[in-house]
Ligand binder design. Structure first.
Ligand code: GUN
Length: 292
């Protein structure tokens, strides 16, 4: 079993981006600027956004955090989006999800200018990705592809099973894994809450990507000997032994699945850290106007 170590890989990628930023600025380019809109103060979202901002500082980006109250109206959120769309200094921005239930995530995503949509959630970027046109790829799928590429994991002709059909992970991941590119060229099965015989389907996976958000759902009996297992889940479960009062758990029961797998991502320290690299890469592309 080999660990796909997000800590090591993300440090390496961030160091590479830092050098690219230095070169870009030395050639007269503007310092890349990433902004984030955070609505409310959900604990997990606070942690993710703080980590994104910290990463910007590490690699020489400018960052801005726009905070809105949890009871902000949809119109107020849309006004904050429009202000960032119009700000010439901001190269790219994200609206941290989830949004409070009274705000439509789809409406907000569609309001982000596609050329500043470094999360890759706007329908134009999703559509361009589906057609294989230059687009901002959403950050988590991007991070997973980067892991496959750097670990030289062969994907061509393999059966890839994705559990979860979310707009931000499962759906784009399934599209990217079947594309005629490397990594890619898989036969893909996408599974969800209504799938019958889920365990039997997972047992046929050469590559199993798990993104359903249920802590330790995938046990050893779901996994074929020698499979590549990618765990996208990040859940907080109560744990009195921790100072924070919670432990971070993935969707995969790591201790029993790891011995059966050829490669596996840990949680924490796996896909989550790679996601930030996707966002930073997209922001650098936005600053250099590489896609639009
Ligand atoms: N919430 C969970 N993952 C993400 C992400 O990749 N981007 C944003 N904006 N919100 C998220």
């Amino acid at each position: 079993m080999q660990l796909l170590d997000g800590k090591v890989l993300s440090s390496l990628i961030k160091a590479e981006i830092k050098v690219e930023v230095e070169n870009w600025i030395a050639q007269g380019g503007k310092k890349p600027h990433l902004a984030a809109i955070l609505v409310g103060n959900d604990g997990a979202s606070e942690t993710y956004v703080a980590s994104k901002i910290r990463s910007c500082e590490e690699i020489g980006f400018t960052s801005t955090l726009v905070r809105l109250d949890a009871d902000s109206t949809e119109a107020e959120v849309l006004a904050a989006v429009e202000a960032l769309n119009q700000d010439p200094d901001v190269d790219g921005f994200i609206v941290q999800l989830p949004l409070p239930p009274h705000i439509s995530e789809n409406t907000v995503m569609e309001a982000v200018a596609p050329e500043k949509d470094v999360d890759g959630f706007h329908p134009i970027n999703v559509g361009r990705m589906c057609k294989g046109l230059p687009a901002y790829l959403s950050a988590t799928p991007f991070g997973i592809l980067e892991m496959f590429q750097r670990a030289q994991i062969e994907t061509t002709g393999k059966h890839c099973v994705v559990i979860g059909r979310s707009q931000i992970v499962g759906l784009p991941m399934s599209i990217l894994m079947q594309r005629n590119t490397t990594p890619g060229n898989c036969t893909v099965t996408i599974c969800h809450s209504k799938t019958r015989n889920l365990k039997e389907i997972c047992q046929t996976a050469d590559i199993l990507i798990v993104a359903l958000g249920r802590p330790e759902f995938v046990t050893a009996d779901y996994v074929k000997e020698g499979a590549v297992v990618v765990d996208v889940g990040i859940s907080r479960v109560p744990d009195a032994s921790k100072k924070s009062g919670f432990a971070i758990k993935g969707d995969v029961k790591f201790d029993e699945v790891a011995p059966k797998s050829s490669y596996i991502t840990p949680v924490p320290g796996g896909v989550g850290l790679m996601t930030i690299c996707g966002l930073l890469t997209n922001t650098l592309k936005a600053a250099r106007k590489e896609i639009y």
